[in-house]
Design a protein around this ligand. Structure first.
Ligand code: FES
Ligand SMILES: [Fe+2]
Length: 338
């Protein structure tokens, strides 16, 4: 067992087999964001790209999103294998496991052709217990025997209070999913996510137009002398102010003629549209993290649910998944930032 001190952690620790073993244990049972609870008229199935052993199902006309195991009861193959980055599939009443043709009812998970089994077994794909919060779906952490008491519901309740309820899927539409392999250890990604000093240099044309990082509120408060003693806190919230200049003022020289959907002009146009509909935003941005890998961020009209996972074989890389939600009152902008 490696003892990790907070005083001077060595970057070499990411290569230690003991650390990697701990990470595997941690992430195999980590709390997971799974998607949203919104029904759609035509229904859908979704295998979250970061949790391929789970599927979400919503039948046409149903208000309910069910969550079940996507692992075949026969020889444990994944049943649904979506080809799209977002993991969405058209709704189907029955699911076929292509390995040996087991068929399941998508809503109840019931095996419909049990004769392929030679011994008795539970003939339902198990339902996954989920937590529903502000229109989002989660699987709770399944840590046992780890020190400390973690409750995802408690952390989300605290985040809700500290963000004045702004992190919510209600009134938003999931617009796109991005899956990226990134250079850097997963923990570095989490640190960077909360690093306000990178906002201006790394995002000069976009976030730097919006975010006033001199007006920052952090929960827990940033008191570096005592940060190790924060009792029972597994999440963090950072809020920054909005620059009044975002979405107003001259833009003549801002247009990126080669790429009008991106960059400063696009970000400015977004500000104009947002303010025309909603007025001044209550804050510039919010970044929240929940241990070890969950992230929610809020920008005016946009919420991003993100998760980062260790790379299976290379600790200098990681996998990042983003679900982008857009406010339903905003026109479809087709814009993107960097
Ligand atoms: S593994 Fe699914 S039918 Fe055999
Ligand atoms: Fe960034």
């Amino acid at each position: 067992m490696v003892t990790v001190t907070l005083d001077r952690p060595s970057p070499q620790l990411i290569f230690a087999p003991e650390v990697q073993r701990l990470e595997r244990h941690l992430f195999s049972r980590a709390p997971l964001y799974l998607g949203h609870t919104h029904p759609t008229p035509e229904g859908y199935l979704r295998v979250p790209p970061w949790a391929k052993d789970i599927y979400l199902s919503c039948a046409p006309g149903s208000e309910h999103v069910g969550v079940r195991s996507n692992v075949c009861l026969h020889w444990q193959a994944d049943i649904l294998e979506p080809q799209t980055e977002s993991g969405f599939l058209p709704f189907a009443k029955s699911l076929l496991c292509k390995s040996h043709n087991a068929v399941y009812a998508s809503d109840t998970g019931r095996l419909l052709n049990g004769q392929i089994f030679q011994q008795a077994c539970e003939h339902h794909l198990p339902e996954i217990p989920v937590l529903r919060w502000n229109g989002f779906l989660f699987r709770d952490a399944q840590w046992e025997g780890l020190p400390g008491s973690f409750s995802l519901a408690d952390e989300l309740a605290v985040i809700d209070r500290e963000t004045q309820g702004l992190i919510t899927a209600n009134g938003y539409t999931l617009a796109k999913t991005i899956v990226m392999e990134q250079a850097g250890n997963w923990a570095l990604f989490m640190l960077n996510y909360l690093d306000l000093m990178h906002v201006a240099p790394a995002h000069p044309e976009t976030l730097n137009q919006l975010c006033d990082c001199s007006m920052v509120k952090s929960f827990p408060a940033l008191e570096f002398a005592t940060e190790r003693d924060i009792p029972g806190r597994w999440s963090s919230v950072q809020t920054v102010g909005a620059k009044a200049s975002w979405g107003s003022g001259a833009t003549a020289d801002w247009d990126d003629l080669n790429n009008p959907q991106r960059g400063k002009a696009a970000f400015h146009l977004w500000g104009q549209m947002y303010k025309a509909i909603k007025g001044n935003p209550p804050v510039g941005s919010i970044w929240t993290t929940t241990f070890p890998q969950l992230m929610f961020e809020w920008y005016p009209g946009v919420i991003v649910a993100s998760q980062v996972f260790p790379h299976a074989s290379d600790p200098t890389r990681c996998w990042v998944y983003h679900d982008f939600y857009y406010d339903q009152e905003q026109p479809d902008r087709g814009l993107s930032g960097s």
